[in-house]
Design a protein around this ligand. Structure first.
Ligand code: SF4
Length: 347
């Protein structure tokens, strides 16, 4: 893809621990939904990653792979039939174990800012953007008149929302301005962690660029950003690292520059995702993802994978940034059997 942001930061190995304590540390996070008839849906299984300050991790994958469920779990917004396991540490608070009062009073908005999927729907339709910013500022920062108007202007400016539009209602805003208003609201509490759930959905490419560039500015100012997206071009533009999800599992965790450039993705599914892009090979991955309520015992990608072999009947363990029995580099190093000689050449 050609519209990647200029890469100024040196690439860091994807699973190297950050020098300082991460803002968010997710360990073996799993989410199951109890359904009628005793059925279970395995929406997320054993997700593990760290997210330090000043970094954007983009969680990518097809619709229904579990990435939005993971985001909802972090915010304590799962429905009543969900069961969670593992840990998601935001400082010393385990987001999975925290009660609703703690999440509502001390986490959402204050320690985790949400840039929502549908900004226009997220904004209160009967109140102007300025009113909503003022109310959020009063609630999260305690600022009062006569300083409130100045604080509203400063909050709008942080998200490049024009001061002249603060008296507008959400239905009077374009998609881009609604996005900026929602971003401004997400930033009011100066939360160390920003969670952006499909922030570019429905935007044209120019607005996608402006939106992700804006998010990137907040990352560069020291926020940690977890961006959930199926938009790989947006992920390439903003992310430092990429986590690829398939059938509820993180199957690859990679440095973004290595992932989108050379040597490229390592997991066969991740390679397929990139190859399906029109600006690449425009070749779709054959078949469909499995039902999360009826996952196979072994690798969930096996039915679609050209490299599946007998070992793939067992679940691959996530190690060295990948969950695959036959990653290309391990085959090349001779540490695993390489039943695909055409890939052994490094192609
Ligand atoms: S574990 Fe096997 S089936 Fe799964 S992605 Fe790797 S090679 Fe393909």
């Amino acid at each position: 893809m050609s519209d990647a942001r200029p890469a100024e930061a040196a690439a860091r190995p994807a699973d190297t621990a950050p020098a300082t304590a991460p803002v968010l540390a997710v360990r073996d996070l799993s989410v199951r939904f109890r359904m009628r008839g005793g059925r279970h849906i395995a929406a997320v299984t054993a997700a593990t990653f760290d997210l330090p300050a000043g970094e954007c991790l983009a969680l990518v994958g097809e619709s229904g792979c579990g990435k939005s469920v993971l985001a909802s779990a972090l915010l304590g917004l799962l429905p009543g039939n969900a069961q969670t396991a593992g840990r998601a540490l935001l400082g010393d608070t385990d987001l999975l174990a925290a009660d609703e009062k703690t999440l509502a009073r001390t986490v959402r908005g204050r320690r985790v800012g949400l840039v929502p999927q549908s900004p226009a729907a997220h904004l209160t339709p009967v109140r102007t953007v300025g009113d909503q910013l003022g109310e959020t500022l009063r609630e999260l920062t305690g600022v009062r008149k006569p300083d409130l108007d100045k604080a509203v202007l400063a909050a709008a400016e942080r998200a490049s929302f024009p001061a002249g539009h603060l008296d507008r209602y959400p239905h009077e805003l374009s998609g881009g301005l609604a996005q900026r208003a929602a971003t401004a609201l997400a930033l009011v509490g100066d939360a160390p962690l920003l969670l952006a759930d499909e922030p570019t959905t429905g935007l044209d490419r120019d607005l996608v660029h402006r939106t992700v560039d804006e998010l990137r500015r907040h990352v560069d100012a020291g926020h940690a950003l977890l961006m959930i997206t199926h938009d790989l071009a947006a992920a390439e533009r903003v992310a430092d690292r990429i986590a690829v999800m398939y059938a509820g599992r993180v199957v690859e965790l990679a440095d973004a520059r290595a992932f989108f450039g050379a040597p490229g993705p390592r997991h066969p599914y991740a390679r397929g995702l990139l190859a399906a892009l029109p600006e690449r090979d425009f070749t779709p991955i054959p078949g469909m993802p499995p039902e999360l309520g009826d996952l196979p015992r072994g690798c969930a990608f096996a039915a679609r994978c050209a490299h599946a072999a007998e070992a793939c009947d067992a679940q691959p363990v996530f190690a060295d940034g990948i969950a695959c029995h036959y990653p290309p580099d391990r085959r090349a190093a001779g540490r695993a059997p390489h039943p695909f000689p055409e890939e052994h050449t490094g192609a």
